[in-house]
Design a protein around this ligand. Structure first.
Ligand code: NAD
Length: 485
């Protein structure tokens, strides 16, 4: 089978990497390489920055209406090609095609549409000093923005950064994950067809420590919007600090899912399964620590085991598959090693716990059974470290105070979910949770206008809505004094 050759997208054109070196891109459901991607380095990033620099004066002066129309046109074209995009996302990530079709690609479309309208509606503040002067704030694009994204929701998260950066009048040098580059490559073609001017968006493929590092280090890239692991985020923060780049870091999570005995049980059960195992647990927002109030514990656990056992792990192309493949051999090894660790730490595997053999053509794919583990305390590594796979721990609690202490007892602070009909209790807990996002009686219910992001080791800064538009602009205060008299 001939391999698909991916190109960088620089100055509006597909470009091979300067060094002509490539990396294999593997289909995780089959374990077979199916594409080659540029192994770009500083020279490619330099070319991308130069293209962005040339495009910036015109793009930053374009009207909001022009940006609105272009971003909407990109959304229309992705929507037209939804099936091809979904197929590519599934082939790259191993996620079920049904999920790529209904979640990943529609959300990429929504990102462009949402920020198209943000371009039209963005406004800035004025601060009058009565009878003396008026201050008004100009919000100007930062210049060239670097957008670096992970593999779990490839096009969804890449466009979540690119769309607001472009809407605010910036040019972009973007890098998708080297594990899942294909939809970003398709996006380049879509942007060409939409008529996005050359150099406004540039996409460089390659490894994090090479192409990614070159973006972070480039002096002409003024802001970095990064989503990925906490370890990488720490490295990027250290590299960006001496040159005072603007930084938005969306990092890992170890999110508590707290269920009280008075919850609406059916909804709570269904959502606990979704929160634990959607996208194979490879979502930063996944509820990976499940805390159940003791009177409900045994009933909830037993019902959960039944439901988790009923999930079908299999070929992502089949319509009845619930869980596809994990993204790579390395990630499979990591997840399996955490399941071993959990047992060594005293955890009991209630279901799952092993690799799954799937029939041809997926016999070499990276499949793991959805796994539920009980009997572990807060301080073990299994409950402290992000696994980012289909592994959920479950533990009882007796009081709201105890639930809060368990929820807050990790270094991460991204999202939390509370299940109860006692709204006073829910609001009080929401106030006290160390978390950037709290869901009450729901999970992953998203409104793109709301601030999105975490605290502690889950990152700094917020994405979404005006937060994103503010991140991608620099405020400049202009103070005008009135004439005397
Ligand atoms: P990762 O940190 O390994 O890689 C993310 C991106 O950074 C990739 O494009 C990678 O090539 C690049 N990169 C790696 N090293 C780099 C470096 N030194 N300089 C610049 N770029 C570099 O993360 P991953 O494994 O792709 O993604 C999984 C992680 O992402 C998980 O921890 C997950 O929680 C997190 N995540 C967070 C959010 C959020 O919104 N908070 C959303 C999705 C995923």
């Amino acid at each position: 089978m001939s391999l698909l050759i991916i190109e960088n997208y620089i100055a509006g054109q597909g470009q091979p990497p300067c060094r002509r070196q490539y990396l294999d891109n593997v289909n995780p459901a089959t374990g077979e390489p199916y594409a080659r991607i540029p192994r770009s380095d500083t020279d490619d990033v330099e070319a991308a920055v130069q293209a962005a620099e040339r495009a910036f004066p015109t793009w930053s002066q374009s009207t909001p209406e022009q940006r609105f129309r272009l971003l909407n046109r990109i959304a229309d074209l992705i929507e037209r090609d939804l099936e091809a995009y979904a197929l590519a996302e599934t082939t790259d990530t191993g996620k079920p095609l049904s999920v790529a079709r209904s979640v990943d690609i529609p959300r990429a479309v929504a990102n462009f549409r949402f920020f198209a309208t943000a371009a039209l509606q963005f406004a800035s503040e004025a601060h009058p000093m009565t009878n003396l002067a008026i201050n008004y704030t100009l919000r100007q694009p930062v210049g060239i923005a670097g957008c670096i994204s992970p593999w779990n929701l490839p096009l969804y998260l890449f466009t979540w950064k690119i769309a607001p950066a472009l809407a605010a009048g910036n040019c972009v040098v973007g890098k998708p994950s080297e594990l899942t580059p294909v939809t970003a490559w398709m996006l380049a073609r879509t942007c060409q067809e939409a008529g996005l001017p050359p150099g406004v968006l540039n996409i460089v493929h390659g490894l994090g420590p090479e192409a990614g590092q070159a973006i972070v280090a480039h002096p002409k890239i003024k802001a970095i919007s990064f989503t990925g692991g906490t370890h990488t985020g720490r490295h990027i923060a250290a590299a960006a600090a001496p040159v005072f780049k603007k930084l938005s870091l969306e990092l890992g999570g170890k999110n508590p899912h707290i269920v009280f005995a008075d919850c609406r049980l059916e909804e709570a059960l269904q959502t606990a399964v979704r929160a634990g195992f959607s996208n194979n647990g490879q979502i930063c927002l996944c509820g990976s620590r499940l805390y159940i109030e003791r009177p409900l514990y045994a009933r909830f656990r037993d019902a959960l085991v039944q439901r988790v056992q009923a999930l079908k792990v299999g070929n992502p192309m089949q319509s009845d598959t619930d869980l596809g493949a994990l993204v790579s051999q390395a990630h499979l090894d990591k997840v399996l090693s955490y399941i071993e660790l959990a047992q060594a730490e005293g955890g009991r595997v209630l279901c799952g716990g092993q690799r799954v053999q799937v029939a041809a053509p997926c016999e070499h794919g990276y499949f793991v059974a959805p796994t539920l583990i009980e009997g572990l305390g807060l301080h073990c590594r299994t409950n402290q470290e992000e696994i980012f796979g289909p592994v959920l721990t479950i533990q009882p609690f007796d009081t709201a105070e105890e639930a809060l202490a368990l929820a807050n007892g990790v270094d991460y602070g991204l999202a939390a979910s509370i299940w109860t009909q006692d709204l006073s209790c829910a609001h009080r807990m929401a106030e006290q949770l160390h978390s950037g996002i709290v869901w009450i009686n729901c999970w992953m219910l998203r409104d793109l206008r709301t601030p999105f992001g975490g605290i502690k080791q889950s990152g700094i800064g917020r994405e979404g809505g005006w937060e994103a538009m503010r991140f991608f602009t620099e405020p400049k205060n202009v103070c005008v004094k009135y004439a005397e008299g």
